[in-house]
Ligand binder design. Structure first.
Ligand code: 5GP
Length: 193
């Protein structure tokens, strides 16, 4: 597999990375397309199949693992598998797009390792773990238990930030959005070696 550029945004859940990724996708000059991940977790709220995720059962997901269909995959929470299908990235590269990912830190770093020169890996840092908890509660799409699980994972994820190419501190959303645009614009305009 080889093709265009890969832009990874990883962060603890609730850090605002999804908002940042959506904003980047709305900038036509960046020529980005979103890599839709596969997942075995249940659909939340207004999420649509093939738009937010390729939703599938645990056994379907495991079949894809067996067939070596994933660029990377992760059991992010128990029985909640997430992964990037090779076919998804190939499809977007074939359209001449730069591919942007909203994925977990382990998956993000795996892709960076596979395609070191083509990849910009950005870590989005929340102001604090407490603030993260407040944001997740406000989103109110999940139970207290699930929120606590995500918060516990966040502390571990924060420790991986130095392994990323860039860190964006999401203390003020407008500042973070502009910083993200500038970083990605620089990266996609670099000459391909
Ligand atoms: P959520 O359930 O909130 O949509 O996502 C949970 C976590 O899984 C988030 O950190 C999200 O970025 C991550 N995630 C989403 N897609 C993928 C993927 O394809 N691979 C990996 N490794 N993580 C993913």
């Amino acid at each position: 597999m080889k093709g265009g550029k890969l832009i990874i945004f990883s962060a603890p859940s609730g850090s605002g990375k999804t908002t940042i990724v959506r904003h980047l996708l709305a900038q036509p000059e960046l020529n980005l397309a979103f890599s839709v991940s596969a997942t075995s977790r249940p659909r939340r709220g207004k999420e649509k199949n093939k738009e937010h995720y390729y939703f599938m059962s645990v056994s379907e997901f495991k079949n894809h693992i067996k067939n070596d269909d994933f660029l990377e995959w992760e059991e992010v929470y128990r029985d909640n598998f997430y992964g990037t299908l090779k076919s998804e990235v190939e499809r977007l590269w074939a359209e001449g797009k730069n591919v942007i990912f909203d994925i977990d830190v382990v998956g993000g770093l795996r892709i960076k390792k596979k395609f070191p020169d083509q990849t910009l890996a950005v870590f989005v840092k929340p102001p604090s773990v407490d603030e993260l908890k407040i944001r997740l509660k406000k989103r109110s799409t999940e139970s207290e238990d699930k929120i606590n699980m995500r918060v516990a994972k966040a502390s571990v994820e924060l420790a991986t930030a130095p392994q990323f190419d860039k860190i964006i501190k999401n203390y003020d959303l407008d500042v973070a959005l502009q910083e993200a645009i500038d970083l990605v614009a620089d990266f996609v305009s670099e000459d391909k070696e």
